[in-house]
Design a protein around this ligand. Structure first.
Ligand code: GLP
Length: 239
């Protein structure tokens, strides 16, 4: 489904070359959301989020009255594996900044499709105030790979080879990188009241360029954000 290039977009793009300043700004966007009463947070994993989670760990922010939902989880990777997203979140955030309740898809579920349905039902009941997003080199958000329908709900995905290669840096070898994941769908992400997208590093240039200059197309999932009313994009890339 292709749409016209000439849509009005409310994207707020802030280009900040210095990464410390960029992540300070990211922290402040989140802090403001907390102070404005956001209670339900959509969280993301990936290297991009590390400096932000570090700032949150070292802050006064308190999430004990808040609930979190994560975007995605690998299928078939034991929860205790250091690269499972549940391990990542515990290590980077939850151990020090616990939420009243934190939800992630269960990558160890016997039937991943049933698990995706359970997660979707949970999301449908929730008003997501704030969604944190990174971006894949191919323009994926969560693990919604190119070609995913914009009206998709939580589902099981076959990871693209390029995504597995990009994420292999966290594993001992490419073979260890799972081939499947459960991801929140694009429609769930779009239901969030406010979105903060962080795109740093040259590897994200093509995807970011597509968002800022290209047309809205399912071939580059991140481009859907052009149609969201409240997205802040923080980047160190001059496009
Ligand atoms: C992963 C995650 C995404 C993340 C992206 C970028 O595959 N599923 O949620 O935004 O890839 O990761 P990184 O920040 O490490 O570049």
């Amino acid at each position: 489904m292709e749409m016209s290039n000439h849509i009005k977009t409310a994207l707020k793009v802030e280009t900040i070359i210095d990464l410390d300043t960029l992540y300070d700004r990211a922290f402040n966007v989140l802090k403001e959301a907390v102070h404005n009463g956001s209670k339900n947070f959509g969280l993301a994993t990936g290297g991009t989020m590390l400096p932000l989670y570090e700032r949150i760990r070292n802050s006064e922010l308190d999430f004990t009255q808040c609930e979190s939902v994560n975007l995605d989880e690998y299928v078939g990777l034991p929860k205790a594996h250091p690269e499972s997203y549940i391990s990542f979140m515990k290590q980077q955030l939850f151990n020090e900044k616990p939420f009243k309740k934190s939800n992630l898809p269960n990558g160890e579920a016997q039937d991943p499709h049933e698990e995706a349905a359970r997660y979707e039902a949970l999301l449908q009941k929730m008003k997501l105030d704030f969604q944190l997003l990174g971006i894949g080199e191919n323009g994926h958000i969560g693990f919604n790979e190119p070609g995913t329908a914009f009206d998709s709900e939580t589902h099981v995905v076959e990871l693209e080879e390029s995504t597995r290669i990009a994420n292999a840096r966290f594993f001992n070898s490419l073979d260890e990188v799972p081939t499947k994941a459960i991801t929140m769908g694009i429609s769930s992400i779009m239901r969030a009241e406010q979105i903060l997208l962080i795109a740093v590093g040259e590897k994200k240039r093509t995807a970011l360029e597509a968002l800022l200059k290209g047309e809205v197309t399912e071939e580059i999932p991140v481009t859907i954000l052009k149609k969201h009313p409240n997205v802040t994009v923080l980047t160190d890339l001059v496009i």
